[in-house]
Design a protein around this ligand. Structure first.
Ligand code: NAD
Ligand code: TYD
Length: 352
């Protein structure tokens, strides 16, 4: 049994579905079901005895203690977080609460549980913390990519709260010996991503002929990691990663935002041959405050130690992603609630 936090969100649900398909051990998913969590992401596991869903908050220590005691997991894979930079600028408090206090609560309960385990369960136990490359700050155009020893320099409230959680995880290994591993990955894309993030937002706006909002000059660079590749990497790190280590995970696909948006437009143009070019919808809007210019990941450590490489090329991954959204408009409708529409309206009307 493994305990997955945040398993109803984008990466967490891809991970749970992947795990159940590939591994023998069952999964307990703990998720608060915030606006970003959708139990429908795991609907295909409804009748699968190897999956249990628990609605709850990682900050609820009594609940976490009960789950650990009852299910005796051999690992915790920790995805639960507030994850959207723009929302962290509008309201940072929730980010500190879930990402810092929530991770602290989980670490405390994991420590209490792990301390009383007998061998061999104690040596086998793992706490895998999923984090982001944004903790390293922003790179200049010609700077070398982030390595695991790059100093932390988080710039947004989101990145700072994730950095805080990473430091706590590190300290729990260093001080208490808790068997932790941290992964820092680049921007994920793929099926089931909530449409507030760049790629699904642009796909859906393009389909509906709405403006495609590009912040600033559109030349900010991100590295794009296909979510399926990320899930494979996390499974490998969990099974073979060295305790107390951190591993950077990236897609070897650095792109400007403008490149990303234009590529999506070209893919959709190909599918809707008689419409005007979708790139005509590109609309430059006010930049994000403190917008990091470039992220890039050096994957040498995970490649050499664990033999992992991203398999999906950006072009094929993006085509699959566009197709997934085209084929799942019912899912899209189910997540575009009143709250979602309010966010889009408030956030983008302030940027015109
Ligand atoms: P997401 O926002 O799609 O999902 C987060 C999930 O956590 C949701 O299901 C939500 O309901 C749940 N959650 C939030 N607060 C909770 C709480 N207090 N208790 C229990 N559950 C709670 O996020 P994602 O994109 O799937 O990201 C997963 C993890 O990966 C996060 O830790 C994020 O920081 C990290 N990460 C994401 C990306 C990316 O590109 N999406 C990149 C790097 C790192
Ligand atoms: P996002 O998906 O929010 O991820 P992150 O900020 O964590 O990297 O944004 C990816 C990039 O796209 C980032 O540079 C901000 C930019 N962006 C836009 O230009 N327009 C948008 O509407 C959004 C949501 C993001």
């Amino acid at each position: 049994m493994i305990l997955v936090t945040g398993g109803a969100g984008f990466i967490g649900s891809n991970f749970v579905l992947d795990w159940i398909a590939a591994e023998a051990s069952p999964v307990v998913t703990l998720d608060k079901l915030t606006y970003a969590g959708n139990p429908g992401n795991l609907a295909s596991l409804k009748d699968d005895a190897r999956h249990i869903f628990v609605k709850g908050d990682i900050c609820d220590r009594a609940l976490v203690a009960r789950l650990l005691e009852h299910h005796q997991p051999e690992a915790i894979v920790h995805f639960a977080a507030e994850s959207h930079v723009d929302r962290s600028i509008h309201g940072p408090a929730e980010f500190v609460q879930t990402n810092v206090v929530g991770t602290f609560s989980l670490l405390e309960e994991a420590r209490a549980y792990w301390s009383q385990l007998a061998e061999p369960a104690k040596s086998r136990f793992r706490f895998l913390h999923v984090s982001t490359d944004e903790v390293y700050g922003s790179l200049g155009r010609d700077d070398p990519a982030f390595v695991e020893t790059t100093p932390y320099a988080p710039n947004s409230p989101y990145a700072a709260s994730k950095a805080g959680s990473d430091h706590l995880v590190r300290a729990y290994h260093h001080t208490y010996g808790l068997p932790t591993i941290t992964t820092n990955c680049s921007n994920n894309y793929g099926p089931l991503q909530f449409p507030e993030k760049l790629i699904p937002l642009v796909i859906l706006n393009a389909v509906h002929g709405k403006p495609l909002p590009v912040y600033g000059d559109g030349l900010n660079v991100r590295d794009w990691l296909y979510v399926g590749d990320h899930c494979t990497a996390i499974r490998l790190v969990l099974q073979q990663g060295r305790l107390g280590e951190t591993y950077n995970i990236g897609g070897n696909s650095e792109k400007t935002n403008l490149d990303v948006v234009r590529t999506i437009c070209t893919i959709i143009d190909g599918q809707r041959a008689n419409s005007a070019p979708h790139s005509k919808l590109i609309s430059y809007v006010k930049d994000r405050p403190g917008h990091d210019r470039r992220y890039a990941i050096d994957t040498a450590k995970i490649e050499s130690e664990l033999g992992w490489k991203p398999r999906e090329a950006f072009d094929t991954g993006l085509r699959k992603t566009v197709q997934w959204y085209f084929d799942h408009m019912d899912w899209v409708a189910s997540v575009q609630t009143g709250d979602y529409r309010k966010w889009i309206e408030t956030h983008y009307s302030a940027r015109q």
